[in-house]
Design a protein around this ligand. Structure first.
Ligand code: B1M
Length: 215
């Protein structure tokens, strides 16, 4: 079994003690962080999700897989941050109210850091008032909202309305994402852009702050 197979199994089996060491071994073997995320960690998490849908895994197993991927990401995070030497903007990011899913949001945050954004991560279950307060405090160019549930994605328009009511809508662009989201919903909710995955989120974020790859 290669180190990539072992890392895949560790995330899938939710072995959060093994994941950091295997992530380091993957790096030592010459694999770049993006490969470890895109080709190993995300597919393992996706398989955990399929097992959940098939009633093979239940919430505790999913939680363990979530902890395992997060432990691996924690090893990779400094490498992405080191890559983002140029500062292209500041982003306030969070998972919306009622929603505790943070794996995708954390991935997006890590990759935005790698692209040169200063990331203020509000965590999960973030209310409209918290977003407004964070905009006032941190003055970001961008707000990133993540939702994984069809019920909680409905918090997105409430947050965007709260930003508008606070008179701050012209100061920030809003990027949204998460499994139940799509272009049409993003538009309907009043967001400026939708991204289907972390790579697309980086491209959209750079575009929104006017710092596309060529600049
Ligand atoms: Co939950 N869950 N979950 N869950 N969970 C889903 C979302 C679900 C689809 C599973 C299912 O039933 N098929 C379902 C939602 C159904 C629906 O709403 N239609 C569901 C449910 C029902 C629930 C509970 C209600 C279960 C229960 O308790 N009975 C409960 C709700 C808790 C709550 O939030 N209030 C719950 C709980 C949990 C766990 C805590 C056990 C765990 C989360 C652990 C954690 O996040 N720390 C969990 C997990 C892991 C999942 C699945 C299996 C995997 C989600 C994930 O992490 N994917 C998920 C099923 C699935 O998606 N197949 C499921 C990997 C991650 C890399 O992808 O998050 O999609 P994703 O992020 C992607 C893109 O979406 C995008 O980029 C990311 C990277 O490529 N993206 C953005 C995300 N945010 C973005 C923001 C952007 C741009 C792009 O800009 C700002």
């Amino acid at each position: 079994m290669t180190v990539l197979d072992e890392l895949y199994e560790a995330v899938l089996e939710g072995d959060f003690d093994l994941t950091p060491g295997l992530t380091r071994r993957g790096l030592d073997a010459g694999f770049d962080p993006q490969t470890l995320i895109d080709d190993v960690m995300i597919p393992a998490m996706a398989e955990a999700g399929r097992r959940f849908e098939d009633d093979v895994y239940f919430v505790p197993e999913l939680l363990s897989s979530g902890r395992a991927i997060t432990a691996g990401l924690d090893i990779l995070r400094p490498l992405f941050a080191a890559g983002g030497a140029r500062r292209v903007g500041r982003v306030v990011i969070g998972t919306v109210q009622g929603d505790l899913h943070d794996i995708g949001k954390n991935l997006v945050a890590v990759m935005l850091e790698g692209a040169g954004f200063e990331v203020i991560d509000l965590g999960t279950n973030v209310s409209p008032a918290e977003v407004v307060a964070a905009i006032r405090e941190h003055r970001p160019q961008l707000v990133g909202l993540s939702a994984l549930l069809t019920t909680t994605m409905l918090s997105m328009p409430s947050i965007i309305e709260a930003i508008s009511s606070a008179g701050l809508r012209d100061d920030v662009r809003v990027l949204v994402g998460g499994a139940p989201m799509n272009e049409a919903r993003a538009k309907e909710f009043g967001a400026d852009a939708f991204a289907a995955n972390a790579n697309a989120a980086v491209r959209a974020a750079l575009e929104l702050v006017g710092a596309g790859p060529g600049r």
